[in-house]
Design a binder for this molecule. Structure first.
Ligand code: BES
Ligand code: MN
Ligand code: MN
Length: 457
């Protein structure tokens, strides 16, 4: 619509400057030293929602970081869209690998470099600016509710409680989220799925103290060696996961569905070059697209123990540790998978060591039905601004709260993400491209317009 275009062209620079201000706030949810920053960020989000024209805007305290809520109800008989996003970000380390400081955003070659630029400040802020556009041009076609939380990157535990306590306030027809990526600006796509997650930590203890590796080595089991062996045994020679019962209930896709999924463009040579690896790895019998979308996986996120400082120290460490996560697909249950992991890991431990396994957070997988009116509205909106129909793809990441939107609020979710896999999420030099930011702001009003129209039919 021309009025949207005109309004956005006129306010383009301000939209960007406001985002840069948000990116300057180090709202790292995992690090309690940033609790004041996280709170400050919630207040800033509140302020921006008010300025954009939202009502009932509130910073809602939780046992952890606050949730920002705001809405605009123009007519209760019209459909309501619940927009979800998160203002918290991942820790920025390792700091020395950043080419500019993570919380001092810079624009270079048309890209905004800062922690949170793509995940998720740059993306949820597109919704605030799209909303402002519709409000200021008097074209808002439906009701909108915003819920922007501050604990997504640490598992959204308090948001689950908030959903249960605020069912009436959060009543809506669909949830809309921009917190995923597209294949490319030339090949737009919409994620139709998110994987679930089960995150575990293990500790292996051997002798009651660190030992001289010359005096005791060879006679006492080394916890680091044992842990390495135990971890290695979690995949078999075909890279299937060996935990008994792990694949029980895993939804297998039909040959036709798999064929369809594999139609998405994928250049293996380019993928390898981009990552600097000579060969890919993964579960036998599945393509890379399938391995990262429809198959469950197990990853070691970190492993440590013994001497890791400068130089060489001879020691047989008393303990070794690892953080291990599993990505889950329908219909795996993360609590059950956590239990299976624990039982298996304890069982395979030799008598020479003691093993403790603790579960961190988890979440269920989610799949968006592509015949849902909101999915169709999102497709049509992207077609309108990209000039091409988006390809449905299954995303590999997780947003654990999405399964609870369905379970607690009975709402389906549409994942209309505008990021790129090359945005360096959770990594040094995270970036979000200006064209993606502006394209998102341009596309979102069409979603609301089409969703309102198509819901009426
Ligand atoms: N925005 C991501 C999830 C994502 C990224 C989905 C790219 C699809 C494509 C989200 O902020 C995230 O990082 N989630 C975590 C889980 C969370 C519990 C820490 C993840 O996927 O590791
Ligand atoms: Mn995110
Ligand atoms: Mn993230």
């Amino acid at each position: 619509m021309q009025v949207w275009k005109d309004y956005q062209a006129q306010h383009k620079d301000r939209f960007l400057n406001e985002l840069l201000d948000l990116l300057r706030i180090p709202s790292v949810s995992a690090d309690s030293r940033h609790n004041d920053d996280t709170k400050r960020c919630a207040e800033a989000v509140k302020q921006r929602l008010v300025e954009a024209g939202a009502e009932n805007v509130e910073v809602c305290p939780t046992a952890g970081h606050p949730i920002v809520y705001g809405d605009k109800i123009i007519d209760p008989s019209l459909p309501t869209v619940l927009v979800y996003g998160h203002y918290d970000v991942q820790p920025p380390d390792p700091l020395d690998l950043w080419t500019s400081p993570p919380f001092e955003p810079v624009i270079k070659d048309g890209k905004i470099y800062a922690r949170g630029s793509a995940d998720d400040k740059g993306q949820f802020y597109m919704h605030v600016k799209a909303f402002e556009t519709m409000i200021k041009t008097n074209t808002l076609p439906c009701n909108i509710k915003f819920m922007i939380e501050g604990e997504e990157e640490v598992g959204s535990n308090n948001l689950g409680i908030f959903l249960n306590d605020n069912k009436e306030r959060l009543k809506a027809d669909v949830v809309l989220i921009s917190d995923t990526s597209m294949i490319s600006m030339d090949t737009p796509s919409i994620d139709t799925g998110l994987r679930g997650l089960a995150y575990m930590e293990v500790a292996v203890t051997g002798p009651n103290r660190d030992l001289h590796s010359g005096v005791y080595g060879g006679a006492v089991a080394n916890p680091a060696t044992i842990l390495a062996k135990m971890i290695a045994s979690l995949h078999d020679e075909n890279n299937h996961i060996t935990i008994p019962g792990f694949y029980d209930g895993v939804q297998e896709l039909s040959a036709a569905e798999r064929e369809n999924l594999n139609k998405a463009p994928f250049d293996e040579a380019e993928y390898k070059t981009d990552l600097g690896v000579d060969e890919l790895w993964g579960e036998k019998g599945y393509t890379t697209i399938e391995r990262t979308g429809i198959r469950p996986t197990l990853e070691v996120n970190g492993i440590w123990g013994g001497y890791t400082g400068e130089g060489a120290k001879t020691v047989l460490p008393a303990k070794a540790f690892a953080k291990i996560s599993m990505r889950l697909v329908p219909n795996q249950d993360w609590v059950k998978i956590s239990d299976l992991f624990k039982a298996h890991f304890e069982k395979i431990a030799p008598k020479s060591v003691k093993v403790t396994v603790t579960a961190h957070h988890g979440g269920s997988p989610y799949v968006t039905p592509t015949d849902h009116v909101a999915f169709k509205a999102a497709s049509k909106a992207i077609s309108a601004t990209f000039g091409k129909d988006p390809i449905p793809v299954r995303g590999g990441g997780s947003i654990p709260i999405v399964a609870l939107f369905e379970k607690v609020l009975g709402l389906k979710t549409v994942l209309m993400g505008f990021g790129l896999d090359s945005d360096n999420l959770h990594s040094p030099n995270e970036k979000y491209e200006l064209v993606n930011f502006y394209k998102g702001i341009e596309t979102i009003p069409y979603f609301h317009q089409y969703f309102a129209e198509m819901s009426r039919k």
